[in-house]
Design a binder for this molecule. Structure first.
Ligand SMILES: [Cu+2]
Length: 130
């Protein structure tokens, strides 16, 4: 989305070059206006849900880069393997009591894979951020 906005900004800048005085009040020439506007409003939190039963369902989720993520785990089994979930790259380790919804808030992520595993690193899941 940001790229589209930048293209739009470039296009309007190009048309403004015909009549520079009309664009005098606009700071879009360097795109800083749009960047500031985007940063001032908090990006909406993305909600993800994972059921934990013989693995993570789904094991692969997707989220948009640059916006906070709330991922909620519901563990519906008693297997000791899945009693904890770990986000190794984020230093997060949380207990998942059976039958309890556990929400974990993640700060905005850059594009890439955010992996999570069980406490022993046997079960694997991940959030594909793009
Ligand atoms: Cu395990």
């Amino acid at each position: 989305m940001k790229i589209a906005d930048r293209f739009r900004s470039l296009l309007s800048t190009r048309s403004d070059t015909k009549a520079p005085e009309s664009g005098g009040s606009c700071c879009h020439a360097d795109g800083s206006c749009e960047r500031t506007a985007g940063a001032s409003g908090p990006a909406p939190t993305q909600q993800l849900e994972v059921t934990v039963e013989k693995g993570y369902r789904p094991a692969r989720l997707t989220a948009s880069a640059g916006a906070p993520v709330r991922i909620t785990f519901l563990r519906s089994e008693t297997s000791g393997c899945s009693k904890e979930v770990v986000f190794p790259g984020l230093g997060i380790r949380r207990a998942l009591p059976t039958g309890e919804r556990v929400s974990i808030d993640l700060p905005p992520q850059a594009a890439g894979l955010v992996p999570f595993t069980c406490g022993m690193g046997m079960m694997k899941g991940g959030i594909e951020v793009r």
